[in-house]
Design a protein. Structure first.
Length: 333
């Protein structure tokens, strides 16, 4: 096969993979420029892209995949391990074996490129964000949801465990922190913000999950709670995946770097994040009108009126495209 024919064949496999990722409920919309194909070519070799096309979202063992594809199971497992190590597919250990599955581009492949992201990839993603990412943010239900700052929740209100960041951490057996991929991406294109970088939190019910990881620093429970407090003091927004099962991370986001919150701030896509069940209120007897809360709110939802803070809220927008949000173990639509 000559180079021209091989190049056309490679283009086809990346287009097929892009369409496959778009069938996952979190979506991966195509662009007129084809920048999404450049991102995939940056991450996957043509052979890896072809292998990814053979995977299901529901995890399977290498033996199960080999039975379907006709490949050698041992060689297949080695290839899958290499892809999982680079954050291209999901690998899950349990019941004495490793299973592999396809995962969304966001939240999924993109967030796992922390160790591999360079300026070229950062600029490709920025171009994709401006051209097509708003379509992902307008899906319903949203990919992410907000969890409240528990100090602001009155003690006489019953709070469900999954609504509290500290409760999520308390249910885990191991904890880790990593740099924010969004702030790294913006820094690489010369648009860094001043918020702390090392505040993306991940946790697991299995002890020792994050020991000896390349980009994840293992924490104790007390250290993890300290990171959460530091993020709160920096005025960051605590968000998690929009499902009640298998919540395993807390993003501490800002509107200057986070691709999802940027969609709210820059495009007015109020449906990009599922709101908390709680609403801001002001105790006028305690409020001194110092305006510190205005600096903390990233969405301009607060103001000071007649010397006291006022929660003015945000206008709602029409519901976008209906599409279920993927979570681990859920089949595609």
């Amino acid at each position: 096969m000559d180079e021209h024919s091989k190049g056309k064949q490679d283009d086809i496999v990346y287009k097929r993979l892009a369409r496959r990722l778009d069938t996952i409920p979190n979506a991966f919309p195509a662009t007129e420029s084809g920048v999404e194909l450049k991102m995939l070519a940056k991450l996957f070799t043509p052979e890896e892209a072809a292998l990814a096309l053979q995977l299901k979202v529901t995890p399977e063992s290498a033996e199960q995949i080999a039975q379907r594809t006709g490949d050698d199971a041992q060689a297949l497992e080695a290839a899958l391990d290499g892809m999982a190590e680079r954050g291209l597919i999901r690998a899950k250990r349990g019941q004495g074996m490793v299973t592999y599955g396809l995962m969304p581009f966001v939240v999924g492949i993109y967030e796992l490129q922390l160790a591999h992201m360079d300026e070229e990839f950062a600029r490709l993603f920025e171009a994709y964000y401006k051209e097509a990412f708003h379509e992902v943010l307008d899906l319903r239900p949203p990919i992410q949801r907000v969890i409240p700052v528990e100090q602001n929740v009155p003690v006489d209100i019953e709070v469900m465990p999954y609504e509290r960041a500290s409760e999520l951490l308390g249910q885990a057996q191991s904890w880790g922190v990593m740099d924010c991929i969004c702030r790294k991406q913006k820094k690489l294109i010369g648009e860094a913000c001043e918020h702390p970088v090392d505040v993306c939190m991940i946790f697991s019910r299995r002890p020792g999950t994050f020991d000896e990881r390349e980009v994840i620093r293992a924490l104790t429970k007390e250290e993890a709670l300290g990171v959460l407090r530091r993020a709160e003091e920096a005025g960051l927004v605590h968000t998690v995946g929009n499902n009640q099962r298998e919540v395993f991370y807390v993003c501490n986001c800002c509107t200057c770097s986070c691709a999802i919150l940027r969609g709210v701030a820059e495009y007015g896509l109020m449906s990009a994040v599922a709101p908390s069940a709680f609403r801001s209120s002001v105790d006028e007897d305690l409020c001194t009108g110092c305006e510190l809360c205005l600096d903390c709110c990233q969405f301009g939802a607060l103001s000071v009126v007649n010397g006291a803070a006022s929660a003015v809220g945000c206008a709602s927008r029409p519901v976008g495209t209906t599409r279920s949000v993927w979570h681990p173990g859920q089949p595609t639509r």
